[in-house]
Design a binder for this molecule. Structure first.
Ligand SMILES: Nc1ncnc2c1ncn2[C@@H]1O[C@H](COP(=O)(O)OP(=O)(O)OP(=O)(O)O)[C@@H](O)[C@H]1O
Ligand SMILES: [Mg+2]
Length: 364
C-alpha cells in the first residue's frame, strides 16, 4: 500500500445473509447490508442485539455460520483478519500498557517491516492529525494519558497502516460527555479528510444520528431498518425504531378514510402521502416531543394537566395528561412562563403529514 494517510479511500463492504449461531443462540440472523465506499454507517441497537458479533465477523475474528462478506471486490469470508485491509478500535483501548505511545502506534508498521525513517514520518503525521503533538506525547505510557487521549492513540494505531475500512465498537463508551463530544467532532473531520469506510457500533442513538451517513437499527440479531439519520428519526418504519431513535409519543388511531385517522378524542389527522397504509393493520401516530407546542388554551387542540416536569437546562421536559394519553412535550424555558405540576396547559401539533407507524403485535 503506497497511499499516504491523506489519500485513503474506503472500500465497499457487503454482507450477504450473514448468520452467526453460538449453539442455540442466533446472535446475528440473516443480515444483509451494502456499505458504500467512504460511507460512515452505524450499527445501532440495544444490548444483545448482535452489533459486536456482526462487527467481529466483518473483522474476521468470528467465523460466519453462514453467509458471505465482500470487502472491495474480494470475498473475504474465509480471509484472516490481518489480510482484510481493516483497522479496528475497541471500547476498551487495548493499548499495550508497557509500551510508549510512539511504540504502540508504530507497532503495526514494524510488523510490516517498514523502514525506521518512514515509520517515524508516518507516526508523527498521524499523531498531529489527532492533535497529540509528538514532542509532548510520544514517550508517555498509556497510563500517563487521559481516557480521551488513550482513545486517540487507539484510533491512530488503527489508521496508521492505511486501512480501507475502519471498524469501531463503542469507541466512546469509557469517556465522559465532553470528551465524547470532542472526539465525535474529530472523528467527523477525520472522516471528511480520509474518506474511509467506517462501521461504527453503538447503542447510543445520539451518536449514531450525529456521525452516520446511514444507520442500521438492529434488534434480536436482525436489521429492523436502514436509513439516513433524518429518515430514521422522522419516518421510522416500526414502533421499535420510533422508540429507539429518541423519545416518541405514540397515540393509537383509527383509520376513517384513505388518508384520515381519528385520535382517541375524535380529532382527525391526515397521514403523509408517502406512508402506505395496510387496512388490516393497527397504527400509531408518532409525535416527537418537540413537535408538540405548549400554547394558550384558546388556541389549543388539547387541554391537559401537567404530571411532571424535568428541567434540562436548555429545555424543559413536561409530561401532560391529556384525553389522548400522557404526552411528553419539550418546551423552551422562558422567564415569563413557568410550568408546574397540576397546572392545566393547552397543546397543539400539526394535523397534516402525520407519521404513522404500525402497532406492534404483542404477546398476551
Ligand atoms: N461467545 C458467545 N457465546 C454465546 N453467546 C454469545 C457469544 N457472544 C455473544 N453471544 C450472544 O449473542 C447475542 C449478541 O451479542 P453481541 O455481543 O453481538 O451484542 P451487542 O449488540 O454487541 O450488545 P452490547 O450492546 O451489550 O455490546 C447476545 O444474546 C449474546 O449473549
Ligand atoms: Mg457489543
Amino acid at each position: 500500500m503506497s497511499a499516504h494517510l491523506g489519500s485513503i479511500t474506503g472500500s465497499r463492504v457487503q454482507m450477504r445473509n450473514l448468520t452467526k449461531e453460538y449453539g442455540i443462540v442466533r446472535a446475528v440472523d440473516n443480515v444483509s447490508l451494502d456499505i458504500e465506499p467512504g460511507e460512515f454507517i452505524s450499527l445501532l441497537g440495544p444490548s444483545g442485539s448482535g452489533k459486536t458479533t456482526a462487527l467481529m465477523m466483518l473483522a474476521g475474528f468470528e467465523r460466519t455460520t453462514s453467509g458471505t462478506i465482500h470487502i472491495g471486490e474480494q470475498d473475504v469470508t474465509l480471509v484472516p483478519p490481518f489480510a482484510r485491509g481493516i483497522g479496528m478500535v475497541f471500547q476498551s483501548y487495548a493499548l499495550f500498557p508497557h509500551m510508549s505511545v510512539y511504540d504502540n502506534i508504530s507497532y503495526p508498521l514494524k510488523l510490516r517491516r517498514m523502514s525506521k525513517l518512514e515509520i517515524d514520518e508516518r507516526v508523527r503525521r498521524a499523531m498531529d492529525m489527532v492533535k497529540l503533538p509528538p514532542d509532548k506525547f510520544a514517550n508517555r505510557l498509556p497510563q500517563q494519558l487521559s481516557g480521551g487521549q488513550r482513545q486517540r492513540v487507539a484510533l491512530v494505531r488503527a489508521l496508521i497502516y492505511e486501512p480501507h475500512v475502519l471498524l469501531m465498537d463503542e469507541p466512546m463508551g469509557a469517556l465522559d460527555k465532553n470528551l465524547r463530544e470532542e472526539l465525535k467532532l474529530e472523528l467527523l473531520s477525520l472522516q471528511e479528510r480520509l474518506r474511509l469506510t467506517i462501521v461504527y457500533v453503538t447503542h447510543d442513538q445520539g451518536e449514531a444520528l450525529m456521525l452516520s451517513n446511514r444507520a442500521a437499527v438492529m434488534r434480536d440479531g436482525r436489521i429492523e431498518q436502514v436509513a439516513n439519520p433524518e429518515a430514521l428519526y422522522r419516518r421510522p418504519q416500526t414502533e421499535f425504531v420510533a422508540n429507539f431513535l429518541g423519545e416518541a409519543n405514540l397515540v393509537p388511531v383509527e383509520q376513517s378514510s384513505e388518508r384520515e385517522f381519528t385520535l382517541p378524542d375524535g380529532q382527525v389527522v391526515r397521514s403523509s402521502p408517502d406512508i402506505s397504509v395496510d387496512p388490516s393493520q393497527s397504527y400509531l401516530l408518532l409525535l416527537r416531543p418537540e413537535e408538540i407546542e405548549v400554547c394558550a388554551e384558546a388556541e389549543a387542540m388539547l387541554r391537559g394537566r401537567i404530571q411532571s416536569t424535568v428541567y434540562l437546562g436548555s429545555s424543559i421536559r413536561i409530561d401532560v395528561d391529556t384525553p389522548i394519553g400522557v404526552l411528553t412535550v419539550v418546551a423552551k424555558p422562558n422567564q415569563s412562563r413557568r410550568f408546574e405540576r397540576n397546572q392545566i396547559v393547552g397543546l397543539r401539533f400539526a394535523t397534516g403529514d402525520a407519521v404513522l407507524v404500525p402497532k406492534e403485535a404483542r404477546a398476551g
